[in-house]
Design a protein around this ligand. Sequence first.
Ligand SMILES: Nc1nc2c(ncn2[C@@H]2O[C@H](COP(=O)(O)OP(=O)(O)OP(=O)(O)O)[C@@H](O)[C@H]2O)c(=O)[nH]1
Length: 311
Amino acid sequence: MSEVTEGATRAGFVALIGEPNAGKSTLLNRMVGAKVSIVTHKVQTTRTRIRGVAMAGQSQIVFVDTPGIFRPRRRLDRSMVAAAWGGAADADVIVMLIEAHRGLTEGSQAIIDTLRERFPQGARIALAINKIDRVQAEVLLALAQKCNEAFPFVETFMISAEKGYGVEKLRDWLAAEVPAGPWFYPEDQLADLPMRMIAAEMTREKLTLRLHEEIPYQLTVETINWVDQPDGSARIDQVVYVARDGHKGIVLGAKGETIKSVGTASRAEISEFLGRKVHLFLEVKVRPNWLEEPERYSEMGLDFKDGNPQG
Ligand SMILES: Nc1nc2c(ncn2[C@@H]2O[C@H](COP(=O)(O)OP(=O)(O)OP(=O)(O)O)[C@@H](O)[C@H]2O)c(=O)[nH]1
């Protein structure tokens, strides 16, 4: 299947999709484990699109957010759906969850219809029938067959995210399925990753508040350095990336006042979150084509072409 020699690393993005309540968060938490889970209340209410990172052998599996894929009934819902599908379109592997006891519902069928539209060549999409603890085995087999008639899933897993049944098998499959390549996050940063991202998200939030959407979608913040000091404080260096030269001036503000007040507000919030003193250093850099760069995946936010999904 691959030309990779033993011991080579793999890394890729995985999107968990499914109706609300299908068990996506439960599954994510089980695969990622508390240590590198970044599912916090704070982050969930923002645009952060990375939900967590799981290590399995030599593979790094980065879970991207799909905040509830469902049929847009109201106009307001459309941006949420777009965001969800954006995550899915950029993923290397998609896992669709359905609930064993509910079967192939109208909602799941609608997701399958969209999958067929968006991924006509049947990309790497697997099916995970979740909550198998709630049904009899015969029901499961019939359901698996029905789903596979509806869509050519590359693989079908029977799992219970809550009890842990089948989860390891799914994770190992994902680990083998993500492309060969270097990890997106160095292993020694993995434990810190949630905090690095939360801190970056806090700064991005302050920027958004102060800039009043003057620079929509094209701004990311990355924590590039985090050093715990002997006195218990933390030194945090962040870079604010903007897409155009003209944006740099806006972010800096007259005499650097905007970035200064952003830094002050963000430092206070990070410090409160951590419960210790923080020294925050912000730098603004122009990176014209970051939206198109593959390396953008390693950034916070994971925006897709002005927020529109591709695929
Ligand atoms: N019996 C059973 N319940 C489960 C299982 N997995 C998840 N649940 C329950 O299903 C409910 C929904 O799970 P979530 O993980 O929040 O579902 P979700 O897909 O993330 O939901 P949204 O965030 O609304 O999209 C919770 O009450 C879970 O405890 C399972 O394997 N078996």
